[in-house]
Design a protein around this ligand. Sequence first.
Ligand code: PLP
Ligand code: COI
Length: 350
Amino acid sequence: MTDKLSKKNLSWTELGFNYIRTDFRYSAIYENGEWNQGSLIEDDQILIHEGAPTLHYAQQCFEGMKALTTASGDVCLFRPSLNWERMNSTAPRLLMPAVPRELFLGAIEETVRANYPWIPPYGSGAALYVRPMLIGVGENLGLKPAEKYEFRVFVSPVGPYYKDSGMAMISLAVSEFDRAAPNGTGKYKAGANYAGGLLATLNAQGIGANEALYLDSANNKFIDEAGSANIVVFTKDEKFITPSSDAILPSITRRSIMELAEIELNLMTEERPIDLRSEFQNFSEMAACGTAAVLAPVGKIWFDEKWHAMPGNENSDGSVMKKLYELLVGIQRGEIEDKYGWLHSINLGL
Ligand code: PLP
Ligand code: COI
């Protein structure tokens, strides 16, 4: 029996964004038109049929969120209902069954609670990353949806996505590849979108960038998003803008940051197409935002065969992105009042 109150002896402040095996995960099965109740299990392997549609036709989707220990010692998720809504917007697009809210949130809460020793302590800068996933399993060969599905939730303690701690400064390289077609699956969290992006990321890293930046595939002009995060820009004429595009993942972090920019910083916000080449000279600051990325300022972008520096990010202490980062992370850590009701506290049953 694990001592529920004792934490694992990890170097919490040194964690990267890597898989660390925890004790429990949750698994539920959908068969004959209904979900079973599911349960916590210890086995980190999934045994599935070699013909399973998730393996051949990428009939699969996932979500990502973090559980953080707050200043008062609570363990909180950040707006998990929005992850549930997004999974249930992705699932029907891939002909997969909806995951009921009680199953989605219940499985996450149980998995976090059961892995209490793995939840990074307050002040460590680390979090417990939660990965819910839905996969089409069972025997199959032809191109058709599965008849059986597994909904699984696993967790892993993680540190910052881009660097050792705090607010990382990153660089992006415009990709020669398209991420998603205008009427494709870009706005869904389908694993297939990411498989196509692996080479784009590798190529971006090959020229010294952290991540690929995608422009819209119809015109190769307007900013879509980065490989694992949405984009926000603060312009020289003091507008806080973000791309409107049907091909990008509707980021929960971005929606929160847009609200903070408008309400807390009184900035004029706009969601509209952003033409990278013609508008770049009006950019002051840019950042990539997402659960893993949090809010990472972009120091420079590679496009048209050269690096373009972002002027406003040079003095990052007084930057708008820094203020927004502090507001967002302050709320998530329970250091700033959660007046928006974004935190979802988990009953740890201790
Ligand atoms: N865009 C992509 C492609 C992502 O993978 C993610 C990560 O989930 C995001 C954006 C950010 O979304 P969120 O803020 O909901 O994590
Ligand atoms: C997340 O931010 O949760 C993601 O899913 C991005 C992933 C590529 C690490």
